[in-house]
Ligand binder design. Structure first.
Ligand code: APR
Length: 262
């Protein structure tokens, strides 16, 4: 359905739960390549099985570390874009709503933009952890060599990301599933919506009655299910939404900003 931002303002102003589900397309405008966009996609130039899977890590840990080190260095050079910032700004603008970001991205840009409730269902390359899940996890400072052995138990250490063939962190995913089922408005932003179980969240939101908005310059297998398909980049859409929304709910903390009543 063709959409104007005006169609979204009332449902958002009334919402108690807003979920923003994001993928690599959101970070594209920060200079991070997506995974599957044509010849620039990361997976067009390297086999994910070799650098982002358990088998790859067990066969050639140095190659897996090298790829993650290149991503870690890239992420240290980039900034959140106006899409990340517009999403973070929703928290202050919608005091009536709990805004949950469920991200597939491992770049930490939502937190850098100020989002305070971020569920990283594919982990983060800004952390390393024990491969045996003994409990060791620590921040990975850019430009610093990460230990190859867990300092607590001696098992291999690894980036704290979810690789192909691995289960998602159940605690994080159950929080994401609960937010999805409670959602009044569910945005799916910058994702090809093909990797499970993440991609199933948007369908679940729809089945549980959420207003479903896709923000993606291109069609995805999911577009047919969206109530509204916004054919634009996230870094254009969210600032425009923020501007129009702030007119009806008032500037954050403004006299006519609706207050959350707990
Ligand atoms: N704004 C919004 N969407 C965009 C933009 C933009 N500026 N630029 C590109 N896109 C869209 C593309 O049209 C595409 O649908 O972003 C999507 C990127 O898709 P993928 O590259 O498949 O990335 P993603 O959906 O995040 O991949 C999911 O797959 O490889 C695994 O773990 C990895 O988390 C990743 C998962």
């Amino acid at each position: 359905m063709k959409i104007t931002i005006a169609d979204l303002l009332e449902p958002l102003a009334r919402a108690g739960e807003v979920v923003v589900f994001t993928g690599a397309g959101l970070s594209a405008d920060s200079g991070i390549p997506t995974f599957r966009d044509g010849s620039t996609g990361l997976w067009a130039n390297i086999d994910p099985e070799e650098v982002a899977s358990i088998e790859g890590f067990e066969n050639n840990p140095d190659k897996v570390w090298a790829w993650h080190e290149s991503m870690r260095s890239l992420f240290a050079e980039v900034q959140p874009n106006t899409g990340h910032e517009g999403i973070a700004a929703l928290e202050a603008l919608l005091p009536n709503a709990r805004v949950t970001v469920i991200t597939q991205n491992i770049d930490g840009l939502h937190q850098a933009a100020g989002s305070t409730r971020v569920l990283e269902i594919h982990g983060s390359v800004l952390r390393i952890r024990c491969h045996r899940h003994c409990g060791f996890v620590e921040h990975w400072l850019a430009g610093h060599a990460a230990p190859r052995r867990c300092p607590s138990c001696g098992a291999p250490a690894r980036p704290d990301v979810v690789w192909f063939g691995e289960a998602l962190d159940q605690d994080v995913f159950s929080l994401a599933a609960q937010a999805t089922l409670d959602a009044d408005v569910f945005f799916t932003v910058g994702t090809s919506a093909i990797v499970q179980p993440a991609a199933s969240l948007a369908m679940a939101a729809k089945e549980y009655g959420a207003l479903l908005i896709e923000v993606n310059p291109y069609e995805t297998p999911f577009s047919v299910h969206a109530d509204y398909a916004v054919r634009s980049g996230a870094s254009e859409f969210f600032p425009a939404l923020w501007k129009d929304l702030s007119k009806i709910v008032g500037e954050p903390g403004g006299q006519n900003a609706s207050k959350r009543v707990d």
